[in-house]
Design a protein around this ligand. Structure first.
Ligand code: ATP
Length: 477
């Protein structure tokens, strides 16, 4: 059985073995911090994406969604501050040449210390980061004798900034001029800001209103480890909420609460989450916090909630020379709206949902050793909702099973299987998190009942076959 420290590794192996997540281009030994979602992982990810989208757009009157391109005009990233500021302090070990993000190096060291010492170290780090005191950070690393995990030495370079954006060339001619250079977007938010006027005008949106978007983002992360927690290509689900200046504090509090409601709606209990207020505010923010989840590797950020002031729209106005103003008829004033952003990583959410769902259970009895791995996904997120299993491959049972498939498959994802013993088939469904299995047996032919087996309790009961669809649908509501 996995304990907490190796649970993480167990989840990674499980994801690969059961078709959730594979290293990218694995036949060529993979690409660092890039992953592919397999047949079940892509369903899980899609279900989370759809749940977020529905919750943010369909369930809020004043939020609409868009789908902006990954490529954007290069000036976007000057206006947003990413060209100048989207960098992390790094330090290299001179012996191993391995590069570390300074905060990660210090955090990893803190994990080896007793609680109080660790807290003091992290508080000092936060102060130095906030002051951008690179000399002080290096001193902190040296004073604490932090070692490189590869060389084992404390032989460090100075602390330097490193930009995280990927650049590529645009158009037919390569390598000629700088204006050919475009970036792969490091966040989806800017696609929303540059479309602020388009959406506001064509949608006749009245402040306060929001624009949501889901899409890929790219960051050349230096310390890209920890599976899908930190990737170089990942997906974000972001929403920018435009408000009247001066009201941002109350909307910031509103969105903190509102987003937590969504998280709890994933069936994850409150005590597995916490808010973490930022000490060092990003260049655009006047308040910011993270929602952290208690991963097997400790509490880590899943979502950021930021009060971004009018920084982005004001800068786009300045760089594009297009007015980014809104006329507020209630107060008879023109202004550049302030923005509250909610920004969550889809891949990190997948990892959170997997971590919460993964359970190794010892089912041994005095007579027999037995165990199972079960993924206890909430039914609405499960890749497969219902497995339909004829007990044997003959006597007309597969035909009845196919009939049930036909009744259900338009409404939710079903899975049909007739190979192996029922016990083995149940275990496979547990391992991919299928909440309901239905077995068709000889009695079904006589009285139209089937055995339904519940994943979490393993309880089995007989119900009328015609009730199955409704029962599954009720669980998805
Ligand atoms: P971190 O401090 O972990 O690097 P961040 O504060 O830079 O994250 P934001 O820029 O606020 O992250 O991005 C919003 C969300 O996007 C994060 O909360 C996270 O869920 C997700 N995210 C950011 N970077 C990555 C990444 N490299 N891989 C996967 N998800 C990411």
């Amino acid at each position: 059985m996995a304990n907490d420290s190796n649970k993480f590794q167990a989840i990674i192996s499980h994801c690969k073995e059961y078709g959730f997540i594979f290293p990218s281009s694995e036949i060529y030994d993979g690409l660092s911090a890039v992953y592919d979602y397999g047949q079940y992982g892509s369903e899980l990810k899609k279900n989370i994406r759809e749940d977020w989208w529905k919750w943010m757009t369909q369930l809020h009157d004043n939020i609409v969604g868009i789908d902006a391109a990954i490529f954007m005009h290069p000036t976007t990233w000057k206006a947003s501050g990413h060209v100048d500021n989207f960098s992390d302090p790094m330090i290299d070990n001179k012996d191993s040449k391995k590069r570390y993000r300074v905060d990660h190096l210090i955090e990893a060291h803190a994990e080896t210390l007793p609680r109080e010492e660790a807290d003091a170290l992290l508080a000092r780090m936060d102060q130095l980061l906030a002051a951008e005191d690179f000399g002080g950070l290096k001193q902190l690393i040296e004073d604490n004798k932090m070692k490189c995990s590869v060389s084992g030495t404390c032989n460090w370079t100075e602390v330097r900034q490193f930009n995280l954006m990927f650049a590529t060339e645009f158009g037919a001619v390569s390598g000629e001029a700088d204006d050919n250079m475009v970036y792969l977007r490091p966040e989806t938010a800017q696609g929303i800001f540059v479309n602020f006027l388009n959406v506001q005008k064509t949608g006749r949106m009245k402040i306060p209103f929001g624009i949501a978007q889901v899409g890929k983002a790219f960051r050349n992360e230096i310390v890209a480890r920890q599976f899908i927690f930190r990737m170089r290509e990942f997906e974000q689900m972001e929403m920018q909420f435009f408000v009247r200046p001066g009201t941002q504090k109350e909307w910031y509090e509103f969105w903190k609460e509102e987003r937590m409601k969504w998280h709890l709606g994933l069936g994850i209990p409150q005590e597995r989450y916490r808010f973490h207020d930022h000490v060092k505010l990003a260049h655009y923010a006047d308040a910011a916090c993270d929602i952290e989840y208690d991963f097997p590797i400790g509490f880590k950020e899943v979502e950021g909630i930021h009060s971004r002031t009018d920084f982005d729209l004001r800068n786009h106005q300045e760089y594009s020379k297009k007015k980014m103003q809104y006329f507020d008829s209630e107060i008879n004033q023109n202004y550049i709206p302030y923005v509250i952003e909610t920004s969550i990583g889809l891949d990190r959410t997948v990892m959170m949902v997997l971590s919460e769902a993964y359970e190794e259970q010892d089912l041994s009895t005095p007579e027999k050793k037995d165990s199972r791995v079960v993924l206890k996904f909430p039914p609405k997120l499960a890749p497969i909702k219902l497995a339909i299993l004829p007990l044997v491959k003959k006597d007309g049972l597969p035909e009845i099973a196919r009939e049930l498939m036909d009744q259900c498959r338009r409404s939710f994802r079903c899975f049909y299987e007739e190979k192996d013993t029922i016990g083995k088939r149940y275990r496979r469904m547990d391992a991919i998190g299928t909440p309901f299995c239905v077995t068709i047996d000889h009695q079904t032919k006589e009285d139209g009942t089937v055995t339904i087996r519940y994943r979490d309790t393993m309880v089995q009961e007989r119900i009328a076959m015609e009730q199955v669809k409704q029962l599954v649908e009720n669980s998805l509501a």
